[in-house]
Design a protein around this ligand. Structure first.
Ligand code: GUN
Length: 300
């Protein structure tokens, strides 16, 4: 059996086209231009690339962006002062502080400072708390986890009642995607570095989400035949045959696992593009909510 590919890049393009249309309508009908601020502290090359991509996609759909950059030795007070200034800026509907922050900064305090109404990453503890609780809805859900749910929905994979296994418990992906899957009535198991006999647990999964950051860790015999495999990993492995000296692989051994799975996301071109698409969507939701326009809420 060879798995069908879940084309994240194509699905993200479709969503981007839908959002472009929506932004044009907001401008024509209400004179509303959604605005996003991306905050970068320091010179982490991967973070610079991510922020550049995010701003480029925003520009393509008509979302206004500003991209303040602080030096790598910026103080806690300077970062928080910038966040407060952006909180007060009426042209900005979403604030994204690119993580990781330099190690001397207190990440939790910075994320706490972001206005709940502008927390388009969904990382504010109140939004995460609402995500975790029954009968509560966050103002925004984190982008990579929402992108995963959107991929499943648009592929026609049903979530309710399925066994979902999530590898990884990070604040950015593992934990929130588990909570979203739970909200959609999956039976969720979260695995982590202390989990015993991982393959025995992952083999139970109808939906397997791998978000651990270890190159090609998930092997064919970890996967139940026909399972849906979502690979969130983006790992560099040395490859002297490539011009840049490396290639990108996921947390799943794609060549092996595609022979067993029913559906699988590629790396690159799977989950990655969806993260940005959901950021654009969240920014538009924030703008509509600020303007009191119908549709400025997310589905629970
Ligand atoms: N670092 C890695 N992923 C993300 C993300 O989704 N948002 C932010 N702000 N930082 C990240």
């Amino acid at each position: 059996m060879t798995a069908q590919l879940i084309d994240g890049k194509g699905i993200a393009k479709t969503i981007q086209a839908e959002l472009t249309q929506e932004v044009a309508e907001l401008r024509e009908k209400y004179g509303l231009v959604p605005g996003l601020a991306t905050v970068l502290v320091g010179e982490n090359p991967a973070s610079q690339t991510y922020v550049r991509m995010k701003r480029k996609r925003c520009a393509e759909v008509g979302i206004h962006t500003i991209g303040p950059v602080l030096p790598k030795d910026a103080t806690q007070e300077e970062v928080e002062a910038l966040v407060r200034e952006l909180n007060a800026n009426p042209a900005i509907h979403g604030i994204l502080v690119q993580l990781p922050l330099p190690s001397h900064l207190h990440e939790e305090a910075v994320l706490n400072a972001i206005s709940l109404e502008k927390d388009v990453d969904g990382f504010h503890p109140v939004n995460i708390g609402r995500l975790a609780m029954k009968h509560r809805t966050p103002l925004f859900a984190p982008c990579t986890p929402s992108g995963i749910i959107e991929l499943l929905d648009r592929t026609g994979v049903s979530i309710e009642g399925q066994e979902a296994v999530v590898l990884g418990r990070s604040n950015i992906v593992g934990l929130p995607v588990s909570m979203l899957l739970l909200k959609r009535n999956a039976t969720v198991t979260i695995c982590h570095s202390r989990t015993r006999d991982l393959p025995a647990i992952t083999r139970r999964a109808d939906i397997l989400v791998a978000a651990v950051g270890r190159a090609e860790m998930v092997k064919a015999d970890w996967v139940k035949p026909g399972a849906v495999v979502i690979d969130v990993g983006i790992n560099r492995v040395d490859d002297p045959t490539r011009k840049r000296g490396y290639r990108l692989v996921g947390d799943v051994d794609f060549a092996e696992v595609q022979e067993v799975a029913g559906w699988i996301t590629p790396v690159p071109g799977g989950v990655g593009p969806m993260t940005i698409a959901m950021l654009l969507r969240n920014t538009i939701i924030g703008a509509k909510r600020a303007a009191g326009i119908e549709g400025g809420r997310i589905e629970s």
